[in-house]
Design a protein around this ligand. Structure first.
Ligand SMILES: NC(=O)c1ccc[n+]([C@@H]2O[C@H](COP(=O)([O-])OP(=O)(O)OC[C@H]3O[C@@H](n4cnc5c(N)ncnc54)[C@H](OP(=O)(O)O)[C@@H]3O)[C@@H](O)[C@H]2O)c1
Length: 325
């Protein structure tokens, strides 16, 4: 139950790192929806401030004078991108968090919201994943460098809370999907990749589409606008040291997901499975009770509805990129 507003975001200087990205765009829309004036929000772009560099982080703090930081900036991608860039993903995600949290401490920031990832959970975790299980094993190997770097920031925030009183909170969103997602097949996540493959196969009249992996693993998908709502609720109402999951509490196998996307895109061909490709973590589904209890967050968008909106957003863009080729 929510006791009251802890932080009135309308009065803070909010910096959203990564605010121009996929989740960042949805977060800006959510801020507007809850009445946070646009002039209260600043988004440092990578071209102006490379947040992996300590000097750029210091300059960003001097220029923007944040009182609340929502740290979304990250180098992220699907299984392929994680396999190609394990060193880079570890370094970039670690360095950004390290410099930002330290500078938040020395500048007396009122609240630091770190967005972590479900990839931080151990490879084999009892379903649904409870926050208490976060340290009960090593993450799935392909995304461990990314997941562990982000998880280290949880330890940093907890240590800074104890020693310096920095008010840092830590959220663990499930896999996200929705409009403005990256649909470049080299680096995209599974939903935009499947939509693109089915859409293009339909345009070309292909007989079949090949999908990575066995299809038997399960995932949980959170619609990006729901995630943004959860972040804003937590920024307003949650002040604790413990990590909190943001999800739907529902899992779907990749096979079922691909079938639903095929249907929604209207592709009549067959789906074939390339089992030589990695599956990633065997199961993923979050226990969402803490978010409900601590800051009244509950996801609202059903998977089919979210997929429909995502396809609606992607289709004209895919058509455009097709004509551009
Ligand atoms: N997507 C998911 O399924 C998912 C799931 C769970 C958690 N998350 C977390 O949610 C957050 C946002 O993810 P997203 O999918 O929205 O990612 P995204 O679209 O790739 O956006 C990431 C943003 O980070 C910024 N960035 C990257 N490197 C930077 C650097 N060195 N300096 C400054 N800015 C930098 C980029 O800014 P520019 O635009 O200026 O280049 C970009 O807009 C991440 O922390 C991620 O771990 C995502």
């Amino acid at each position: 139950m929510i006791v009251g507003v802890c932080v009135d975001l309308r009065r803070e200087n909010i910096v959203v790192t990564g605010g121009a990205g996929f989740l960042g765009k949805a977060l800006q829309t959510e801020f507007a929806r809850v009445g946070v004036p646009a002039e209260r929000i600043q988004v440092p772009r990578r071209r102006d401030y490379d947040l992996t560099r300590e000097g750029d982080v210091a300059r960003m703090f001097e220029d923007m004078q944040p009182t609340v930081i929502i740290h979304l900036a990250a180098e992220v991608g699907g299984i392929g991108a994680n396999r190609e860039n394990p060193g880079r993903f570890f370094y970039a995600n670690m360095a950004m968090g390290l410099h930002l949290i330290e500078r938040a401490r020395t500048s007396g920031v009122r609240k630091f919201v770190q967005v972590g990832t479900v990839c931080a959970y151990p490879k084999v975790t009892p379903v649904p994943f409870k926050e208490e299980d976060l340290w009960n094993g090593y993450p799935e190997e392909t995304n461990a460098p990314y997941g562990v770097a982000k998880k280290a920031l949880l330890v940093m925030l907890q240590a800074y809370r104890r020693q310096y009183g920095l008010n840092g909170i830590y959220l663990l969103p499930a896999n996200l999907y929705g409009p403005h997602d990256n649909f470049d097949l080299e680096s995209s996540h599974v939903i935009p990749a499947l939509i693109r493959k089915c859409y293009e196969a339909k345009q070309r009249g292909d007989q079949s589409v090949e999908v990575w992996g066995s299809g038997d693993v399960s995932r949980e998908f959170l619609y990006v606008d729901d995630c943004a709502r959860g972040i804003v609720l937590a920024a307003q109402h949650y002040e604790g040291p413990g990590p909190v999951n943001l999800g739907t509490g529902h899992e779907v196998t990749i096979r079922d997901l691909a079938g639903r996307i095929r249907e929604l895109v209207g592709y009549q061909g067959e789906l074939t499975w390339d089992s030589s490709r990695p599956d990633g973590q065997p199961k993923r589904c979050l226990d969402t009770s803490k978010a409900l209890e601590l800051f009244a967050f509950k996801a609202e968008t059903a998977l089919d509805e979210g997929l429909r909106r995502t396809i609606e957003w992607m289709s004209p863009r895919l058509l455009e990129s097709d004509h551009g080729d």
